[in-house]
Design a protein around this ligand. Structure first.
Ligand code: SF4
Length: 474
């Protein structure tokens, strides 16, 4: 079971990680620790593929369903010999839960072997896949990443360098993506032209790293170098880093996923020079300005609600407290209670600290309300523990539209805000008051950065298909 989904109902994206040791040292264990730091981005499956750019250039890979520390042990990591490694943690947004859909994808073609780790969704994947199938391509998986890999492999036959093949493929694929690719001699990082998905570069001695988030760069003891720019293709060889600006296919109006700052990313990460912690503090302050209330204590729902709650407290002057204990050991093997059983998933995951909330008027800050059931359960728990009032503040605007770029926002009929007013939702969840982040204030979180807020506004940064692409291959 997806650990974070337990409290939010939202599925996160995926995490990608890459390592290239220019002096030929093995990188599998660094990739493992990088993925470990990105585990919050996907808990369904994971994988590592390594190659030895100085040796036979054979790819050795291991993938499986489960958490990073369930799929890999020391023996497995020792067997993955090579100085170029690509890793992936997956939450399925396209293609469903199947072992063969675990990434990285490893593809043999005439120029050697290509490994590819992908975060995001390709919105025109169905058309591209049909196009390829009509020209004889046979697909091994049901994930859209294979479409990208095929395109790169095909284009590579016509180009001198793998980067040119990647660029040609990028001109065909649409959607949000961050890719880490290993070709026989190079590690390549790619970010979609809108910058929807994050990707950054780190360095430790003679090893370069690529990661979805800077927290993974820190986890392997590397220095953060910079973010990969939207539309950039950056490659790493034995001569170091190379980015050719003529290869860039960035668009003018960039659209970083604002939900990375609200919820997905780890609090200690920095994306495109904006600190996630800072963005969440700002969100909490904005909520306090928009929806002041007389209360005794501000509390946050772990994890992403905690910092926003601190921001609310700083702005309002109401003391900040810790109302919940979170059980962090809920892994994939967690057995979800059946309807007939009295334990709810939320209660097993979160427990209220009675001493903190008893007799108090509480402001409870969370990152989102999707279906409303989880929020209602948490409020019930607070009131049972003796809270006099519970005022709910949400650090994202109401979810009204699906995401086509790799975030698992449930369909409209399951989104509570799609069919109910804020007042109706307040009543349904049993809150004393309810306030959502105002759409117009989202920009305060990220300053000058261009961002996507389409799941709140319906203003997609590009043409989107008529139906959810994540169901297209099922
Ligand atoms: S639609 Fe929402 S979740 Fe999807 S990329 Fe845009 S802001 Fe992020």
């Amino acid at each position: 079971m997806d650990d974070r989904k337990l409290t939010t109902g939202m599925g996160e994206e995926c995490g990608v990680f890459g390592a290239y040791d220019m002096e030929g040292g093995d990188v599998a264990s660094s990739v493992y620790y990088g993925l470990f730091a990105l585990q919050h981005r996907g808990q369904e499956s994971c994988g590592i593929a390594v190659t030895d750019t100085y040796g036979e250039r054979k790819v050795h890979s291991r993938k499986g369903l489960g958490l990073v520390n369930e799929v890999f042990d020391e023996e497995t990591l020792d067997s993955l010999k090579g100085n170029l490694g690509v890793g992936h943690v997956r939450y399925s947004t396209a293609g469903g839960t199947r072992a063969e859909n675990a990434m990285p994808l490893v593809l043999n073609y005439v120029k050697g072997t290509l490994s590819i780790a992908h975060n995001g969704n390709i919105t025109n994947a169905v058309e591209l896949r049909h196009e390829l199938e009509y020209t004889g391509a046979i697909f091994q998986t049901t994930i859209d990443s294979e479409v990208i890999a095929y395109h790169i492999a095909r284009e590579r036959l016509k180009t001198k360098k793998v980067e040119e093949a990647v660029k040609s493929a990028m001109k065909k694929i649409e959607g949000g993506y961050a890719l880490v690719i290993s070709s026989p001699r190079k590690m390549i990082g790619v970010r979609d032209p809108f910058g929807l998905k994050p990707l950054c570069i780190g360095k430790r001695d003679h090893t370069y790293f690529l990661a979805s988030e800077s927290c993974a760069i820190a986890a392997v003891g590397a220095e953060f170098v910079r973010d990969v720019a939207p539309g950039e293709i950056v490659s790493f060889t034995k001569h170091g880093e190379k980015s050719d600006t003529s290869m860039s296919i960035a668009v003018e109006k960039q659209a970083r996923c604002i939900f990375e700052y609200i919820y997905f990313a780890r609090t200690d990460s920095k994306i495109d020079d904006v600190n996630v912690y800072h963005a969440r503090i700002v969100a909490g302050k904005a909520l306090a300005q928009s929806y002041p209330v007389e209360a005794d204590l501000v509390v946050g729902v772990p994890d992403s609600g905690l910092v926003a709650a601190k921001g609310y407290s700083e702005q309002s002057g109401i003391p900040y407290g810790m109302a919940f204990h979170k059980n962090s050991y809920v892994g994939r093997t967690f057995i979800k209670p059946k309807q007939s059983q009295r334990e709810s998933s939320v209660k097993i995951k979160l427990n209220v600290i009675e001493e903190v909330v008893k007799g108090k008027r509480i402001v409870m800050v969370d990152d989102s309300i999707v279906r409303g059931t989880t929020c209602a359960n948490i409020i019930k728990m607070l009131k049972k523990a003796g809270a006099k009032e519970v005022h709910v503040r949400i650090s994202s605007p109401p979810f009204l539209y699906p995401c086509y770029f790799g975030t698992d926002v449930p369909s409209n009929d399951q989104l509570i805000a799609h069919s109910h007013t804020t007042e109706e939702i307040r009543e349904m969840i049993g809150a004393d008051s309810l306030g959502y982040m105002e759409v117009g204030k989202l920009k305060e979180m990220v300053g000058e950065l261009g961002y996507c807020d389409a799941c709140f506004t319906g203003n997609y940064p590009m043409k989107v298909p008529g139906k959810d692409v994540s169901l297209a291959f099922e």
